[in-house]
Unconditional design. Structure first.
Lengths: 223, 223
DNA sequence: CGGAGTCTGTCGCCTGGATTACAATCAACC
DNA sequence: GGTTGATTGTAATCCAGGCGACAGACTCCG
């Protein structure tokens, strides 16, 4: 099953080809920014390979990650009608291949394809829902629960292939901390706890879910 | 200036009349639910008078408020294309007058008015932005800062008339707590602190901003 | 192969705010 | 005008997790 957020994966072959024909492709290295908050850019982007993170920054410079993007995802969508510039920054987590299109051309492309517009509305709605859920988690759950939920969630989105693959979740402790709003040290401590009890397996920089059921037992709030 | 989220206020007279002509109106008392998470409803709503809150619930039954709606606001928009039912609950804070329309009729209405569709996209985008900001606040700010930001924000949205009006912010401590993810007692303590130093004036159930500049000094993170 | 840079693991201290437990106010409806 | 229920005020206790401070582990590159 294709993940909810995988836009390109949900287009049929012909439509995707038509879209791709109008884009220009480029590559970015690890840690590069696709764009930053406030940038004027008026383009829509599609992630072809690699992983990106959409983030904002706090006054004191800490990064808060809003969501991760995996191959197939669209981004830079909602800012186009705005004239206030980008609302978020997008940073690559690893070398990425990206396709972009001006929002004008994209609008034209959508003009004759209402079902694609419909799909986009659903994607935006699902992002709104995800953010709303995360807000609830922040308000209600302790750090351990938030991290467990994140891991389960990422697994569901990223390893859609499923089947106890035990692929590593390629995130650093810092990124997990930025996603869950805790200190990096706290993330390390909690991950260690989860590994010790057998829910995760961890070899330096290689976190993977060993026991899915056990882990999901931690997603029930302990407050 | 009309608040960003005031949909009806941004339509011109004629368009608004055309829309309203197709809606059915009804009234709800204080504390009633317009709809609840999971409901099947396929309607779009417009708040004519009163105040509503959009919320979700935690596993242990605590309410988390996503945003407040003031007169003129649309809601129930994004759920329509979904077949999973409502993603949130909407509850009135006081007696309300509401107009509703089936999402089919609304789609027809939009069909011939692309500029209104455009406006709706902007409204959804701005809500996405608001949620994203709140997420950052949760991740970065302490309780006092979050509450101060909330008050400043509400003032900006609600009392758009401006001019040191000192109208009370009609929220209970519980609602402020639900909006900022703190305990009710903590909200009370912090509000008391802000009142003692002169930023707010408080008489039972009547919180208003006395010194706007002083209050906004508390919105700079203290972490 | 050695040095620099980035990640990870671990400690101890200390504070913000959850939690528990009441008491006092106010509104509203008999 | 008194009883009921919602809202507010306050105070004592306790602990999750923020913060600072390092010491290892691993990677990458010259």
């Amino acid at each position: 099953m294709v993940a909810t957020t995988d836009f390109l994966g949900k287009l049929d072959e012909k439509t995707r080809a038509a879209l791709m024909a109008q884009t220009t492709r480029y590559r970015l290295g690890k840690g590069d920014f696709v764009y930053c908050i406030g940038d004027a850019g008026d383009t829509v982007h599609f992630l072809l390979s690699g992983r990106i993170k959409t983030c904002k920054f706090t006054q004191d410079g800490r990064e808060v990650i809003l969501w991760f993007g995996f191959p197939g995802e669209v981004f830079g969508l909602i800012e186009s009608p705005h004239h206030k510039g980008r609302m978020v920054s997008v940073e690559t987590c690893e070398p990425c291949e990206i396709a972009k299109i001006s929002s004008g051309s994209f609008r034209d492309f959508l003009g004759s394809r209402p079902e694609v517009s419909q799909l986009l509305v659903q994607i935006v709605a699902s992002r709104l829902g995800m953010l709303a859920n995360r807000l609830v988690y922040f308000a209600a759950d302790d750090a351990e629960t938030r991290i467990a939920k994140l891991l389960v969630n990422l697994e569901a989105r990223y390893h859609s292939s499923g089947g106890g693959s035990e692929q590593p979740i390629g995130l650093t402790h810092q990124e997990i901390a930025d996603l869950t709003g805790v200190q990096r040290q706290t993330a390390t401590r909690i991950l260690g706890r989860l590994a010790k009890c057998g829910a995760l397996s961890m070899r330096y920089r290689r976190i993977s879910i060993r026991d899915h059921d056990l882990l999901s037992r931690f997603t029930a709030s302990h407050r």
